[in-house]
Design a protein around this ligand. Structure first.
Ligand SMILES: [Zn+2]
Ligand SMILES: [Zn+2]
Length: 245
């Protein structure tokens, strides 16, 4: 399989490393000797992720779980390969899990006109589709409000709109929020924005508001640079631009 290589890695905090791909991002979270991977890049990202884990001084087997924020290819394509390498368990929200397992094709976003060239550009940078992609054989299904055993208790926060089963992960003890594609940072100026290519924009805005209300210092997006420091406040200011009263 052709590898989907990282563009670079960035240390967000001593416990948190961003893995940047040509399209989209994944994150490694560290609890002592144990790691958690949030999202998994596109198809072919499994081995590059394993290399990134080793470069951080760990073995791939130290990664206990892969939590997928939603079913889109740029977030899940590398999950099966990396699960095979590491033995990590794969998690996704129950509404997106069937698409992650390949039981059905996930629904296309409802495009805004300006998003079409953006989508075409992203597709051009992703590995071309194959007839029989490597898919995770087992996906543990998550629900809104579940707590995962990492980061001092990672709360699963439903964030529907980008996809039906989009989730964020909130680590209250560390003030860290992983938003998936519910929120993004603009590649142009780093401005915090609503994620693009949504299934339901109105619900996506409501989810953005829900995430902005959480106490967080650090916010990590599926696309764009993380916010480090006062993330909650910055997200609340950003979401107000989308809310019409
Ligand atoms: Zn994405
Ligand atoms: Zn997405």
């Amino acid at each position: 399989m052709k590898t989907y290589d990282l563009v670079d890695t960035i240390d967000v905090t001593p416990r948190l490393r961003l893995l940047r791909f040509p399209v989209g991002q994944a994150y490694l979270w560290r609890d002592g000797a144990e790691l958690t991977l949030i999202d998994a890049g596109a198809r072919g990202a499994g081995r590059p992720i394993a290399d990134a884990v080793r470069a951080w001084g760990h073995a791939p087997e130290d990664v206990r779980r892969i939590v997928l924020t939603h079913f889109h290819e740029d977030h899940v394509g590398g999950a099966a390969e990396f699960a095979g390498i590491s033995g990590a368990e794969v998690y996704a929200h129950r509404l997106d899990a069937p698409y992650v397992r390949g039981e059905a094709a996930g629904p296309d976003p409802v495009y805004e006109d300006w998003e079409r060239p953006l989508h075409a550009q992203a597709l051009a940078q992703l590995p071309p589709p194959v007839p029989e992609p490597d898919l995770p054989s087992f996906v543990r299904e998550l629900n809104d409000g579940d707590t995962l055993d990492f980061g001092g208790g990672a709360r699963v926060v439903g964030a529907p709109g980008h996809t039906e089963g989009s989730i964020a992960l909130h680590l209250p003890r560390h003030g860290v929020l992983f938003t998936g594609d519910a929120v993004a940072a603009s590649p142009v100026d780093g401005q915090v924005i609503l994620g693009v290519l949504n299934l339901d924009r109105e619900r996506a805005v409501a989810s953005f508001a829900r995430l902005a209300a959480l106490e967080s210092e650090v916010a990590c997006f599926g696309h764009g640079d993380p916010v480090v420091g006062q993330a909650g406040q910055i997200l609340r200011e950003a979401v107000s631009a989308y809310q019409v009263n």
